[in-house]
Design a protein. Structure first.
Length: 447
């Protein structure tokens, strides 16, 4: 027996599902429900919920939407619709209901009482996916913190969570109930202790990241962040540009940890960062827990907003709005931006034209085929060039480090050796010119 087989058997034993069944949640079959506030028939929302459920290993058996101004505050659906839902659960053989909105604890309790099957909400599904995809120590801490905060707000029994910590996934999947209410007070205390411990650990992790970031800033290399909806192709694009070999997958939230690599274009070096994808109604617990990760985007000099250009217009625009609002929320609303429509290879000529018409600040690319990538790099170069400022400096011979730094930020440098030092003319990013102001000569101010 190979070691691989052994692991598999161990996992099956843990999950208690017997031979052959790898994912205990594959047996979970959901009715996806949602309230549509706008025009009826627009079930973009449930498409995405289904996709999230698929990523979490849950099959969507059936869907049900109700059109109303706001969800019912007690039961999410109205009474009549709830009766329909009961019938639909029976008919479809579903054993789970998944709701497209985050449910108030009261709504969740009432729904479960009325329906007799576990009810999970969008936030729980997203948290579950994050938990599955977290690999780094920091990522795991961040997800655990977000889950605990979500569970604490629901006074939900935490034994599932704590057991998962010690022994992997022993739970029967998302939506599994904990023990009786009597346990809850103890659980809450445990949860609060654990939350404090997690926050402490995360602060520690953040400090070491800050050191790394500070080093990067000192190196003065222009930084570009890839931001965009989950599954837009950010990691594929990072790989195409830098040859990074970052993991790519056709599932939501494949990437959780930021990766930074460098590339050269037009004689200048840049840093490119790929990080966690965004989604509509991104759970606030995750925004909070992933603050440090999201900050990678905030600190960039330029953001490339990667959009899946092969999506239908309504879904694409909803995705773009979601990205805009998350960028705003994390304080990156003002950072200069380039729009990159990806997956051009999936579009016919007409589709391409429709996508790019009237979009002066957008580029079309295919991370998969490499098409348009030079154009994107030119656009990045141009965005930085717009902020370049000419400087004329006299750098003494014993200040070689300054000269090196200048070469890094300026790319091409014109130099003339003189008795008292090197006279250089170059164009440097405006934000960085103050670093060289002490050496400025010839009436041109570098400050
Ligand atoms: N046809 C085509 N597929 C692409 C292209 N770029 C990415 N993909 C596919 O789209 C899926 C998602 O790509 P990723 O690079 O993992 O997307 P991401 O934006 O990093 O996603 P998250 O990490 O989940 O936020 C993968 O299956 C890729 O192979 C492209 O230009 N053309
Ligand atoms: Mg990715």
């Amino acid at each position: 027996m190979t070691p691989g087989d052994d692991t598999e058997t161990a996992r099956e034993r843990r999950s208690g599902t017997g031979a052959g069944v790898r994912n205990p949640r594959a047996r979970q079959r959901a009715v996806a429900i949602g309230v549509v506030r706008g025009t009826p028939g627009e079930d973009v929302e449930l498409d995405e919920l289904s996709e999230l459920l698929r990523t979490a290993g849950v099959a969507t058996e059936s869907r049900m939407v109700q059109q109303r101004a706001e969800p019912d505050p007690d039961r999410y659906f109205g009474r009549g619709k709830l009766d329909e839902l009961k019938v639909e659960i029976k008919r479809s053989g579903a054993n789970l209901v998944a709701c497209d909105d985050e449910l108030a604890p009261r709504q969740e309790r009432n729904l479960e009482g009325a329906l007799g099957v576990p009810v999970i909400d969008r936030t729980a599904v997203i948290l579950d996916i994050f938990a599955d995809h977290a690999h780094s120590a920091a990522g795991k801490l961040q997800v655990e913190l977000a889950q605990l905060e979500y569970n604490l707000a629901r006074m939900r029994g935490l034994w599932t969570h704590l057991e998962r910590l010690g022994a992997g996934r022993m739970d029967g999947g998302i939506g599994t109930r904990g023990p009786g209410e009597s346990q809850i007070e103890t659980d809450r205390r445990l949860a609060r202790d654990r939350i404090s411990a997690l926050r402490r650990e995360l602060r520690h992790v953040e400090r070491s990241r800050e050191t790394m970031r500070a080093e990067r800033e000192r190196s003065a290399i222009p930084t570009v962040a890839l931001a965009g909806y989950t599954n837009a192709g950010k990691s594929t694009l990072l790989n195409a540009i830098t040859g990074a070999g970052v993991g790519v997958g056709d599932r939501l939230f494949h990437t959780l940890d930021p990766t930074t690599r460098s590339f050269e274009h037009g004689g200048r070096r840049y840093l490119l960062t790929d990080t966690v994808g965004f989604i509509r109604k991104l759970p606030h617990q995750l925004v909070d827990a992933f603050k440090a990760t999201l900050e990678e985007t905030t600190l960039a000099d330029l953001i490339v907003h990667v959009v899946d250009g092969s999506e239908p217009p309504a879904a694409r625009e909803a995705a773009m709005r979601a990205v805009d609002s998350v960028l705003e929320e994390i304080g990156a609303g003002e950072t200069p931006r380039i729009l990159a429509y990806n997956k051009l290879d999936l579009l016919d000529p007409e589709g391409r034209r429709d996508l790019l018409v009237g979009e002066r600040h957008a580029v079309g690319v295919s991370a998969a085929t490499g098409e348009g990538i030079e154009g994107l790099l030119d656009a990045i170069e141009a965005a930085f060039a717009a902020t370049l400022e000419p400087v004329e400096l006299l750098i003494p011979y014993d200040e070689g480090a300054i000269l090196n730094e200048l070469h890094e930020v300026a790319g091409e440098v014109e130099r003339e050796d003189r008795e008292d030092g090197v006279l250089v003319r170059a164009r440097v990013p405006r934000d960085l010119s103050h670093r060289f102001s002490a050496y400025s000569v010839g009436g041109r101010s570098a400050a």
